[in-house]
Design a protein around this ligand. Sequence first.
Ligand SMILES: Cc1cc2nc3c(=O)[nH]c(=O)nc-3n(C[C@H](O)[C@H](O)[C@H](O)COP(=O)(O)O)c2cc1C
Length: 370
Amino acid sequence: MNKTTSNLKLSRRDFLKLAAAGSVVTVGGYALYEFAPWLNYESQVTKTWTPSQDSSSADAKLRGLVHFATLAANGHNTQPWKFALKENTIEIHPDFSRQLAAVDPGHRELWISLGCALENLTVAARASGFAPEVTYPDAADFIHIQLKPDTAQSSDLFNAILLRQNTRSEYDGQPVETAAIEQLTLEPGVSLQFITTPAELETTLNYVNQGNLSQYADTAFVDELIAWLRFNKKDAMAVMDGLYSICSGNPEVPRWLGQMFVAGTKPQQQADIDAKKLRSSSGAVLVASTADDKSSWVRTGQVYERLALKMTALNIQSAFLNQPIEVASLRSQFQNAMGMGTFLPQLLVRYGHAPALPRSLRRGVEQVML
Ligand SMILES: Cc1cc2nc3c(=O)[nH]c(=O)nc-3n(C[C@H](O)[C@H](O)[C@H](O)COP(=O)(O)O)c2cc1C
């Protein structure tokens, strides 16, 4: 054996040291890859939620309004919208490539999401000196908003657009004064039904439980949910959509671990988690409509977003528990149990007090233009 070869030969101890060092580098590299410390989520959130200061042209002003629209609530943060700008008009179109086929096969929640965007847009338009005139998508497959010059009218709803969020944590169980919310202006054919008595809340809970048991036993629902979950900031910031764990009060984990965890969630576990959340809330409110068509869904979205903005302005937190409405076989039973007559339940929202959670991301205006 020559000297060079013998020098390269590792002792067993050296080999173990090298293997250990290699593992540390691999695990460290993996952790860096998964948790990407160089990505700053906070600054991305700030960028998402800071309005444009550019009002140098008519086009820039309309783009500023579109930005406010994109900050609205929307199912699974799919942002299922596209916007078109024409002279003095903005159109909101559905983006069916972002549909939720399992949880929303009839596109009901997709059109509600467009209604939420419409509400932000019209509130922002009034604050910017426009009178918006809305044409609903009864015949056409989009929403048309004509903007006429008017005196600027700022409002508590406008100021709340940049602060609104779905706060999915447990609340503090303290009562909330709803008199100011009950005065909210509604849209034709849309109603709000407040659920405040312990008996009504228990009936509601029974249906939320049944909804959870049904949804978490359905692999199509769970697979779709996983596809829109963003388990760490690297995943969230790569696409700027979806449900990022920390925005729901959950920890940041590698995708494989999060997927395994959600896929293994027992329906009863989810039901227990949501039961605690509803019991910690001060009350709940049903948004309902007289019809189940595109225009009624858009109007439902407007009323919901208005409600969410009003609650934000009053420092009240809210989040959805839509399970008994999303599960088709439960919807009319729930409607009857809640004594809603001919009003169809569209959304179920709980409210109360809790600290704010981190806010979610949105794609930029350029990415949502037709
Ligand atoms: C029609 C519709 C249905 C929704 N359904 C649920 C739901 O069942 N559970 C939930 O936690 N959030 C639900 N959301 C809230 C969205 O996930 C949320 O708006 C989106 O992730 C963006 O987050 P943000 O509202 O905090 O900005 C729904 C929103 C809309 C508009």
